[in-house]
Design a protein around this ligand. Structure first.
Ligand code: BTN
Length: 267
């Protein structure tokens, strides 16, 4: 596929007609060429074994989604690496807002569910999987629901760009809009413009200030208000009720720092 606008932003852009996972394909490119340039992008619209967060699958019918992975080598020397996935969520939110605006689509409420699911009026339109390589660089993998019809959506709480705009999404327009926002934020991070990064992520968050339930990797459930981000980008939840723990031992009320887990917005 011809993606001239996106190619002009990436250090190198590799289109693949079909691939199991763009994250894995990019990792193999790095292994084969350890000097592969920062901001190399691998992209497909036919990812057959996409991987999601927390060991889940990312399922996508051929030709209906955009799956791409970006190699990030330069980042802030002062921000914890935990901010990179949050930055990626903001970049997708902002890129999609640009596309919707250009198409005069009614503006849905686009926000980022911590850490980085992008939601439109509460429905997921994009998911992100960031993975660190042994040399410290990071592969940021992004999936965007492009032209899926209602009956093709992976869950009842998903949506797609086509459903939001009533038009056929353009892959180059969408990818270049997201890459532009991602690279702008990465430039700011690399320059240690910390308040720009923090303000952007907080502004774009659909989670902060709301009531949430967090399902922790160990099975514990934490419920309360998402009050702020910790210095490493983790989510701080202020509990209002005694949490249900997997072991059934109610733990202390108070603030809980969630570094990994699934968040559900309660209202
Ligand atoms: C999630 O919602 O759990 C994250 C989904 C991430 C999917 C993207 S698609 C491009 C990249 N390659 C993968 O195998 N996964 C990510």
């Amino acid at each position: 596929m011809h993606l001239p606008r996106s190619a002009s932003l990436a250090a190198e852009l590799v289109w693949l007609d079909e691939i199991a996972s763009t994250n894995d394909a990019l990792r193999e490119l790095v292994l084969a060429n350890p000097a592969l340039a920062d901001r190399t992008v691998v992209v497909t619209d036919n990812q057959t074994s996409g991987r999601g967060r927390l060991g889940r699958e990312w399922v996508a019918p051929p030709g209906k989604t955009l799956a791409f992975s970006v190699l990030v080598r330069s980042f802030s020397t002062e921000l914890s690496a935990g901010w990179l996935p949050l930055i990626a969520g903001s970049a997708v939110r902002r890129g999609l807002a640009t596309v919707l605006h250009a198409r005069d689509a009614s503006t849905p409420n686009l926000g980022v569910k911590w850490p980085n699911d992008v939601l439109s009026d509460g429905k997921k339109i994009s998911g992100i999987l960031s993975e660190m390589l042994p040399d410290g660089s990071v592969i940021v993998g992004i999936g965007i629901n492009m032209s899926l019809r209602e009956e093709e959506l992976p869950t009842a709480t998903s949506t797609s760009l086509a459903l939001l705009t009533d038009t056929t999404p353009n892959p180059d327009e969408t990818l270049s809009a997201v890459l532009f926002e991602l690279f702008t934020l990465l430039d700011a991070a690399t320059n240690n413009e910390l308040s720009t990064i923090r303000d952007t992520v907080v502004t774009d968050s659909a989670t902060l200030g709301t009531e949430v339930r967090a399902l922790m990797p160990n099975g514990d459930v934490i419920q309360g208000r998402a009050v702020r981000l910790a210095p490493d980008g983790a989510l701080v939840i202020e509990q209002q009720t005694s949490p249900l723990t997997a072991s059934n031992n109610p733990s202390e009320l108070g603030e809980v720092v969630v570094a990994a887990g699934d968040i559900e917005h309660l209202r």
